[in-house]
Design a protein around this ligand. Structure first.
Ligand code: 13P
Ligand code: SF4
Length: 316
């Protein structure tokens, strides 16, 4: 923060400056729902992982500014190899993606040669290159249902999303043992206690949560589907079991409704994604002003990682 304070003139209106740079660069700003509210407010599109991939694929802008985490920016680059992709903070990674190193996964895959590899988009380009189809939490069920029942599947890297898809489809996909540090924090015990105090509040949960938490949910879905449920369900208050950044859009869409965050296991703010929250309005301004950091990727890896993403876009 100190470095930023020195670099940025405090008299600057960062919103105005970012708008000006957007025109100057002919840039589009894509942001995930877990970004800070000010970033969501200045972005051109605020969506879930699938929505952002689609926006990246269809954009006519010359520069993509990606406010999310590394694997999402990689997906935008894979879909636009010729365009610069700028990120506010190159260090914004993902615990789920990190839980599946490509070298180890390649061995796991080799040990199960007759399996189709379906990977959650929350993985590195190296894992995407080893996959047959990519899915997001929005389309995972739909895509898995299109795969013949006698085809064995490896699902990576999220064992919670994979387990959820196994339960709803009746499949027995082989699951890689990865988790999201944010969603595994939610406590079943504390969620039950919260529900006692708010008996009429539906529980909306992301499928990256553990099974005991998901069992309590009235609606399980991706960030965009949780947002939609909060608009469509007839209730005055909701219990939200995902990263709290999403509440900004829920409150905008339904100003009269109340959104209560589910508590994590400890008394910390650890349901905020530490990776997503590395991005700030200041860093967004600086990355556009200085055209850096820019995501650089190996061309051959880009091409190999693109096939399973194209397959996802065809099947979803
Ligand atoms: P979705 O927005 O696709 O539901 O993904 C959630 C997430 O954890 C992104 O990191
Ligand atoms: Fe990764 Fe979890 Fe953060 Fe999403 S919320 S970016 S899955 S660590």
């Amino acid at each position: 923060m100190e470095t930023l304070a020195v670099t940025i003139d405090p008299a600057l209106d960062l919103f105005e400056e970012i708008e000006r740079l957007k025109r100057e660069l002919n840039a589009v700003i894509l942001a995930h729902f877990y970004q800070n509210s000010d970033i969501q407010d200045i972005a051109d599109f605020v969506e879930d992982s699938l929505g952002l991939a689609r926006r990246a694929e269809g954009t006519e802008a010359e520069v993509i500014v990606f406010c999310g985490v590394h694997f999402m920016a990689e997906t935008a680059k894979i879909l636009n190899p010729e365009k610069p992709v700028l990120l506010p903070d190159l260090a914004a990674g993902c615990s789920l993606s990190d839980s599946c190193p490509p070298e180890q996964f390649a061995k796991f895959k080799a040990a199960h040669p007759n399996h189709l590899v379906v990977s959650y988009i929350n993985c590195s380009a190296g894992i995407k290159a080893l996959s047959d189809i990519i899915v997001t939490s929005t389309n995972a069920e739909k895509i898995v249902r299109q795969i013949p029942e006698d085809q064995p599947i490896i699902f990576a890297p999220d064992k919670n999303l994979g387990g959820h898809i196994n339960r709803v489809t009746g499949r027995q996909m082989l699951l890689w043992n990865g988790t999201c540090i944010v969603h595994e924090q939610f406590s079943e015990r504390k969620l039950r206690q919260l529900k006692v105090r708010h008996p009429n509040a539906p529980i909306l949960a992301h499928p990256e949560c553990e099974e005991p938490v998901l069992r309590l949910a009235d609606h399980i879905g991706s960030t965009s589907s949780i947002l939609r449920a909060s608009i469509e369900m007839d209730a005055d208050e909701f219990i939200v079991v995902t990263e709290p950044g999403l509440i900004h859009q829920m409150e905008r869409a339904s100003p009269g409704k109340r959104f209560i965050m589910a508590p994590p296991d400890h008394g910390c703010a650890c349901n905020e994604c530490p990776h997503m929250r590395l991005n700030t309005l200041e860093k967004l301004y600086l990355c556009m002003r200085d055209r850096t950091p820019e995501l650089m990727m190996d061309r051959e890896l880009l091409a190999r990682a693109r096939r399973p993403i194209d397959r996802m876009l065809e099947m979803s």
